[in-house]
Design a protein around this ligand. Structure first.
Ligand code: 4NP
Length: 154
């Protein structure tokens, strides 16, 4: 099993959107027995909460399931438990690197999947309100990530 963890700050907007979109793509390609997907937040404020309304609206409009998902806080064990740990912004990456046993080398930045984009971090829609922009980036980046995993590992 290849395991993928998306990490943002609250685990209610960006990383759950990435989790749901990526799992949807994994299922569409018939790879659900080979690739497992999860998400977590560096912060603890929203533990147990379902995704933010803005994320749910976008996922609903694309008929992408987020059933059963609820926010959790990242644990340092996640760094060794997951094959791919993907930070949505630079602060998330720094916070992950600072966990016990953490190192920069173990963490991918989501926008590094999209080198042609001017934006170098996934903007936080909790503050910008722009969930469509986040969906566009996540949809493109997840395609790149899935191709990469298939090529590297499967
Ligand atoms: P996320 O967005 O990191 O994409 O889930 C946020 C959600 C909540 C907060 C910040 C960002 N907050 O400060 O509560």
């Amino acid at each position: 099993m290849i395991t993928v963890l998306f990490v943002c700050l609250g685990n209610i907007c960006r990383s759950p959107m990435a989790e749901a979109v990526f799992r949807h793509k994994v299922n569409q390609r018939g790879l659900s027995e080979q690739i497992e997907v999860d998400s977590a937040g560096t912060g603890d404020w929203h533990i147990g909460k379902i995704p933010h309304e803005g994320t749910r609206k976008l996922l609903d409009s694309w008929r992408i399931s987020y059933e059963g998902m609820s926010a959790r806080q990242v644990q340092h064990e996640d760094l060794s438990d997951f094959d791919y740990v993907i930070a949505m912004d630079n602060t998330n990456a720094e916070n992950l690197s600072a966990l016990p046993g953490g190192s920069e080398a173990d963490i991918l930045k989501f926008m590094d999947l999209l080198p042609e984009e001017k934006l170098r971090e996934v903007p936080d829609p909790y503050f910008t309100g722009n969930f469509e922009e986040v969906y566009r980036l996540i949809d493109s980046g997840c395609d790149v990530l899935l191709d990469r995993i298939v090529n590297e590992k499967l």
